[in-house]
Each structure stands twice: as C-alpha cells, then as structure tokens.
Design a protein around this ligand. Structure first.
Ligand code: 4NP
Length: 157
C-alpha cells in the first residue's frame, strides 16, 4: 500500500514546520501508524538550508519529549506532485504555496494548519522567530492541537 505523505511548510523550515513534523511523527509512532505515512517539512526560504531547527525550538520541543532532527530544505515545485497534503502555517505560506501550484490538482493539496485545530482558535500559526519563550510555547500548543485534529482526518475518525 502506498504511504500517505504529508509536507508541513513554513518560511524558514527551522521553527514551525519541523516542530509540526516532529509532533505528527511522534503521534503516529505512539499509535503504531508510522509505517503508513511519510512526513516531511520544508521552507519557502532557502536561507537556512542544511540547518537543524532553531535551538530555542529544539529546547522547548525537548521539554515536551520531542526531539527534532530535521534538516532545513526549501520547498520544491515537485513537492506539490509528490505529497498528498501540503500544510502551510500562515497566510504568507499559503500564498507562497499557491504561487508554486501550476494545476488545480496541486492547489487542492494545500491546507492551512489551523483548520485542523480542535480546541484552540487561531487563523494562523505565526512565526515565533522574533518572539520570546512564551511565543515558542504557544506555537507548540497550537501545533499539538492541530496535529490531533489532522490525525483524526488521516485515520478517518
Ligand atoms: P519558521 O520561522 O518559518 O517557523 O522556520 C522563521 C525562521 C527564520 C526566518 C523566518 C521565519 N528568517 O527570516 O530567517
């Protein structure tokens, strides 16, 4: 059976999207569903290509038991063909992804992370890069909530 593939996208691919990738992989692993899915992340900027996630994000993630090992990479136009779902974090990400889409099929794969939230209300997962510790914590809260909702969609319950 072909694995269902999910790509999380933010701007730098060092804060939000690698965190979302880490959370979803962790949730899939806990439920023994990890072999059925391929999860990755990418950024609209190539500036941080080759870098581990931001040390502040890795610190806050590790406090909740998530160990982030993703290496930043820019999103490629082939990603829109190769992945089943491409999930952006904010309006700018969604616009950037839409501008990479050449076909209706590609555009239909683009989703907004906060649309999967169950308990929290937000329209975007905003960049915590210039924020403080509480901004990183809030981003992880939002991403955990959205990943719970996404998991329900993925497993159909
Ligand atoms: P991210 O955060 O998109 O959540 O990875 C950012 C990190 C770095 C930059 C922008 C956003 N930057 O401009 O360097």
């Amino acid at each position: 059976m072909k694995k269902k593939s999910i790509l999380f996208v933010c701007l730098g691919n060092i804060c939000r999207s690698p965190m979302a990738e880490g959370i979803l992989k962790h949730m899939l692993f806990e439920r023994n569903l990890h072999k059925q899915f391929y999860v990755d992340s990418a950024g609209l900027l190539s500036y941080h290509q080759g870098a581990l996630p931001d040390s502040r994000m890795r610190f806050h993630a590790s406090q909740r038991g998530f160990h982030l090992t993703h290496i930043s990479r820019p999103v490629k136009s082939e990603d829109l063909d190769n992945f089943d779902m491409i999930i952006g974090m904010d309006n700018q990400n969604i616009q950037g992804l839409k501008s990479l889409a050449d076909t209706k099929e590609q555009e239909a794969k683009i989703f907004r992370m906060t649309d999967f939230c169950i308990n929290m209300k937000a329209k975007e997962v905003l960049d915590p890069y210039y924020g403080g510790p509480e901004d990183f914590e809030y981003v992880i809260d939002l991403l955990e909530d959205a990943c719970e909702g996404l998991l329900k969609v993925l497993v159909g319950s």
